[in-house]
Write a protein that binds this ligand. Structure first.
Ligand code: BG6
Ligand code: MG
Length: 218
C-alpha cells in the first residue's frame, strides 16, 4: 500500500453531486413510461453506461422496445440530464475533494479521472477542475463500461503506472468491482452496507488524507 503512486477518481457522486441529477432524469423518463422507479432501484444504474442503464430500467418495468426506440429514449434521458447540469457550478463539488486532490498533487501523486459518463469533460469545465487531472478517461474513450476493468487499466496506462500502484475512489458497486478486477485498491465513497465490494468505505473527503487511508490498510 505504501506504493500508491496515483489516484483515479470517478466523477458522478465522488467529485460532484451529479448522481442525483442522473436519478432525477431517469425518474422522469420512468414516469413517462409508467415504470415504478425508486432511489433504491437507481443504485443498480450507478457507474454503468447510459444505454445499459436504460436496459435495466426497461427490464425493471417489463417493457421491451426496438433498438431505434431505445436510442431515442437514451437521448431523451440525456437531454433531461444535460438540462439539469447546465446550471451546476463549484457549489456542487463535494466537500473536501479539492483539498484532498491538492494534497495528493503536493505529494507528487498522479491524478486521473475514470468516469463512464460522456458528459465528464463538460462537467469538469463547469466546476473548473479540468486542470487537476493528468489524464481524463470518460465514456467516449472506452468500449466496455464498469464493472469491466478497461477504464481503470486505461487510466493507469495513461498516467504511466502499474495497476497495483493505483487507488480508485468510487461511489458505485460496478466501479468498485472494476477497480478490484484491475488489481487496484478500491475505496468506496458512501455507505458500507451498499458498497460491499470496497476494500474500505469512507463517507466523504472532509476528514480524509492519503496517510489515513494507508493506515487503514496496514
Ligand atoms: C456514470 C453514472 O458516471 O455515468 C451513471 O454513475 C451514468 O449513472 C453514466 O449512466 C453515463 O453517463 P452519461 O452522462 O454518459 O449518460
Ligand atoms: Mg459515480
Amino acid at each position: 500500500m505504501n506504493t500508491i503512486k496515483g489516484c483515479i477518481f470517478d466523477l458522478d457522486g465522488v467529485i460532484v453531486d451529479t448522481a442525483k441529477y442522473h436519478y432525477l432524469a431517469w425518474k422522469k423518463l420512468a414516469q413517462e413510461l409508467e415504470i415504478n422507479f425508486s432511489i433504491a432501484d437507481n443504485e443498480r444504474l450507478k457507474g454503468i453506461s447510459r444505454i445499459e442503464s436504460l436496459e435495466i430500467l426497461l427490464s425493471h418495468g417489463n417493457i421491451s422496445f426496438d433498438h431505434n426506440t431505445k436510442l431515442k429514449l437514451a437521448e431523451k434521458k440525456n437531454t433531461l440530464y444535460v438540462d439539469y447540469i447546465s446550471k451546476i457550478n463549484k457549489s456542487e463539488v463535494l466537500p473536501g475533494i479539492e483539498t484532498f486532490i491538492k494534497s495528493l498533487k503536493e505529494q507528487n501523486l498522479k491524478i486521473a479521472l475514470g468516469s463512464s459518463s460522456k458528459n465528464a469533460n463538460l462537467i469538469l469545465k463547469k466546476i473548473d477542475m479540468l486542470e487537476f487531472f493528468d489524464s481524463v478517461i470518460d465514456g467516449n474513450k472506452i468500449s466496455k463500461t464498469k464493472p469491466n476493468p478497461e477504464i481503470f487499466l486505461l487510466c493507469a496506462k495513461e498516467i504511466g503506472l502499474r495497476p497495483e500502484n493505483c487507488m480508485v475512489f468510487e461511489d458505485s458497486e460496478a466501479g468498485l468491482i472494476a477497480a478490484k478486477r484491475a488489481g487496484m485498491y478500491a475505496v468506496g465513497i458512501g455507505r458500507p452496507d451498499i458498497l460491499k465490494s470496497a476494500h474500505i468505505v469512507i463517507n466523504g473527503f472532509h476528514s480524509t488524507s492519503l496517510s489515513k487511508l494507508l493506515q487503514h490498510e496496514n
